[in-house]
Design a protein around this ligand. Structure first.
Ligand code: NDP
Length: 290
């Protein structure tokens, strides 16, 4: 049966994610706050730029916006039709997912929290990891559609669980980046060649995706190419910290990481790639990682 799919939010991630959907053979509608991007998307791919009132009438609606608050506002202003499934790929707040899930159920809509990981390159290649919380039957229906841009699709539990996994994943990413930057700061102060040191680490037990990719490509190169805004990572760490507080757990390192990642002010953080967080450490120690 031919179904309709809408994608809302053609940002750094959504642009690429939506580009894979037409291959499923269904009609694909795209909407973006800045309409010119949606028009450009429909020229570049086999999608149709739609107004928001029509987009929310699709059978499957994807959203990929900065925050849960943005999604909540959009849904409040433009409720989807009964029988549809809303797949929220925003890195959002677990409690918001639970509230949206309950509110949408009342109008016959299923809501899945379905955040993604794999950066813009994974979105472009269609190899994202998608971690999903919500109703299992809705998950089963949505899975073949999500597969258009995914390398791994994992059902992780009840509503909000996908967002929780994503927040912890990104907090780990931040921790790995920060720990690596601290380690390289010691080595630089000892006069060690950082590229050579990184090569050793990447062939040893201390490696991570931060040491294998981000440190050389963005920090040592001093390019700090922006694909994922620092303020979005700060948001994700904040979600993890809120979860810790809600559960009254004693997990000091995550609080410490949050402090470090807010060394750079919020205003500039939206303009900078997350890798630029390292510059806060460089400033304190007056040591540049290059
Ligand atoms: P971008 O800032 O690149 O894009 C944000 C998109 O949301 C744009 O299309 C923007 O529209 C739209 N938007 C912003 N505010 C609103 C609003 N109030 N109402 C409607 N539309 C709005 O973000 P990303 O694509 O980088 O990130 C999107 C989500 O994906 C975030 O939750 C992020 O944490 C997560 N994520 C990002 C990754 C990355 O590597 N970038 C990786 C994995 C997850 P407009 O064009 O008009 O500005």
């Amino acid at each position: 049966m031919n179904q309709t799919i809408a994608f809302i939010g053609l940002g750094a991630m959504g642009w690429h994610m939506a580009s894979h959907l037409p291959k499923l053979g269904h009609e694909v509608w795209v909407w973006n706050r800045t309409q010119s991007k949606a028009d450009h998307h429909s020229i570049s791919f086999q999608t149709q730029s739609m107004d928001i009132e029509k987009a929310v009438q699709a059978d499957f609606i994807f959203s990929c916006l900065p925050t849960s608050a943005d999604v909540e506002q959009l849904i409040a202003e433009h409720p989807p039709k009964s029988g549809s499934i809303w797949i929220d790929c925003t890195s959002g707040v677990p409690k918001s997912a639970q509230q949206l899930n309950q509110a949408l159920k009342k109008i016959g809509v299923e809501y899945l929290d379905a955040p993604v990981s794999g950066q813009t390159i994974g979105a472009e290649k269609g190899t994202l990891t998608v971690m999903i919380g919500g109703d299992v039957a809705a998950f089963d229906k949505a899975k073949p559609i999500i597969a258009a841009f995914a390398g791994l699709i994992e059902y992780v539990g009840e509503s909000g669980s996908g967002f929780a996994v994503k927040a912890i994943n990104n907090t780990l990413m931040a921790t790995h980046l920060w720990a690596l930057a601290e380690g390289l700061t010691v080595l630089k102060s000892k006069g060690v060649d950082l590229s050579a040191a990184l090569n050793c680490i990447n062939h040893s037990s201390g490696k991570s995706s931060m040491s294998e990719n981000i440190m050389a490509q963005r920090v040592l190169s001093r390019s700090f190419d922006k694909t994922f805004a620092l303020d979005l990572l700060q948001k994700d760490i904040g979600i993890a910290v809120d979860l810790i507080q809600q559960e009254s757990l004693q997990l000091p390192s995550i609080h410490l990481i949050q402090q470090q990642f807010t060394l750079i002010e919020k205003e500039s953080a939206s303009q900078l790639d997350f890798s630029a967080a390292v510059q806060g450490l460089e400033k304190i120690n007056q040591i540049e990682l290059r």
